[in-house]
Design a protein around this ligand. Sequence first.
Ligand SMILES: NC(=O)c1ccc[n+]([C@@H]2O[C@H](COP(=O)([O-])OP(=O)(O)OC[C@H]3O[C@@H](n4cnc5c(N)ncnc54)[C@H](O)[C@@H]3O)[C@@H](O)[C@H]2O)c1
Length: 310
Amino acid sequence: MPVNVTLIGLGHMGRIHLSKLCTFEGITVSGICDIDAARARECSEQYSVPVFPGYQEAIDSATCAVIATPTESHYSIARQCLERGVHVFLEKPITVSPGEARELVDMARAKGLVLQVGHLERLNPALTRALASIKKPLFIETRRISPFTGRSTDVDVVLDLMIHDLDLVLSLSRGIVKDLSADGICFATDRYDTVNARIEFSDGCVANLTASRVAGHRERSITIYEEKTTFYVNLMQGKLVTVTSTGNEKTDITEYICEQMDPVKDELLQFIMAAAGNCAPSVTGMDGLKALELANRIRDHIAGKHGAAH
Ligand SMILES: NC(=O)c1ccc[n+]([C@@H]2O[C@H](COP(=O)([O-])OP(=O)(O)OC[C@H]3O[C@@H](n4cnc5c(N)ncnc54)[C@H](O)[C@@H]3O)[C@@H](O)[C@H]2O)c1
């Protein structure tokens, strides 16, 4: 069966997706669209792909859809795709509300369609290398900070950036969330731009997460502490450093550099293969829902402290 992929939303992420999709063999980019008609035309000319005035028309000729619009529109666009029998790759966060996400998950399941979410760090080769050795995390520390870009301000930093790390932490921990505390600061927008959260799991693991979109530099890292080994992953550089206790107050430090990192390409390839029935998606709609539920617990906790919802 031919694989016809449509791409909805041609902003920062959408154009990255388009540049990858156009290199895949055996698939056709059957159409693209954006409410910014000039942007859509420009991309259509650059990549020689058909352009449609709206996503309803773009879906008509598609078997798969990649949705990279602002989060507040994810639910309505994904829902229409699923209703029309189209497999969906949805950028993170899955939706604004868990109720919407649950509906999409149920609809995809009932129709036997793939619903994959763009938590691309799961495919980071430095992390997957670490995962092969990680047994029982005791502490997890994540940092995801960037200078202000002005993008994704329709959501706060928990849904914008921290959601990636919530997905990672949930995929690493063997327990369920027992308790959490968090705080946040509004800085450049009227939503939380910097948030720190501490999550305690029922198996004793504690995760400490910091996300900021108003920092002075860019950093994406996760450190996983186990009884005898520490795994530091620089997610941007694809670098893994392990520190192992060798006894007698001595440690061994080993560094691995993973080359050829292209997580967006990898997640899209996996989506296409999952839609063809050749594998399971790396990050399912249910994973996206769980990360969103935890994100909302953090946001509610902060709002409860400050007496306002952001
Ligand atoms: N996976 C990642 O690492 C990552 C990184 C950045 C952004 N994102 C996610 O990607 C999504 C888009 O973010 P962005 O930074 O590309 O935003 P952006 O503002 O740069 O682009 C969004 C685009 O969608 C278009 N659009 C809006 N509503 C539309 C509609 N109804 N139909 C068609 N087009 C529409 C806009 O005109 C714009 O071109 C967000 O959900 C964001 O959270 C993911």
